[in-house]
Design a protein around this ligand. Structure first.
Ligand code: AMP
Length: 114
C-alpha cells in the first residue's frame, strides 16, 4: 500500500529494528517505546484497522497473538505479565493505519488506560 510506513518497513524501504518475521507477520521495536519492551507486531497484508478486517484475515491476525506469546517468553515478561493492545480509530489514538498489535511489558501498568 503506497504511503503506509509499516508496508515500507515490510518491504525494507524504511529501516526498523526487526525482531521476528514469518510469512504472515513482522515484528519490530516501537520507535517511541512506552515500556522496557514495546514491540509492534503487524500482518504483512495491509489491513487498515480492526474495522477493515474480513474473515480472510482470521489466520493472519490470530498469528499476531502467537508471535506476541513467543516474544513475551523470549523477553522474559511472560511471567511478570504484559499487555497486548490494538488501537482502532480516532478515540483510541490509532496513528498508523496498518493494523498493529502493541506488545508492552517490563513494568507495572495501570488500568483503565488513559
Ligand atoms: P498507534 O498509535 O496505536 O497507531 O501506534 C502507532 C505506533 O507506531 C506508535 O507507538 C509509534 O511510536 C509507532 N511508530 C511510528 N512510526 C514508527 C516507525 N517508523 N518504526 C517503529 N515504530 C513506529
Amino acid at each position: 500500500m503506497p504511503n503506509c510506513i509499516f508496508c515500507d518497513i515490510i518491504q525494507r524501504k524504511m529501516s526498523a529494528k526487526i525482531v521476528f518475521e514469518d510469512s504472515y507477520s513482522l515484528a519490530f521495536e516501537d520507535i517511541n517505546p512506552k515500556a522496557p519492551t514495546h514491540i509492534l507486531i503487524i500482518p504483512k497484508r495491509h489491513i487498515e484497522s480492526v474495522n477493515a478486517m474480513t474473515e480472510e484475515d482470521e489466520l493472519a491476525l490470530g498469528r499476531l497473538f502467537l508471535v506476541a506469546r513467543d516474544l513475551a517468553q523470549e523477553r522474559k515478561i511472560n511471567r511478570s505479565g504484559f499487555r497486548t493492545v490494538i488501537n482502532t480509530g480516532h478515540n483510541a489514538g490509532q496513528s498508523v493505519f496498518h493494523v498493529h498489535l502493541h506488545l508492552l511489558g517490563g513494568r507495572p501498568m495501570a488500568w483503565p488506560p488513559g
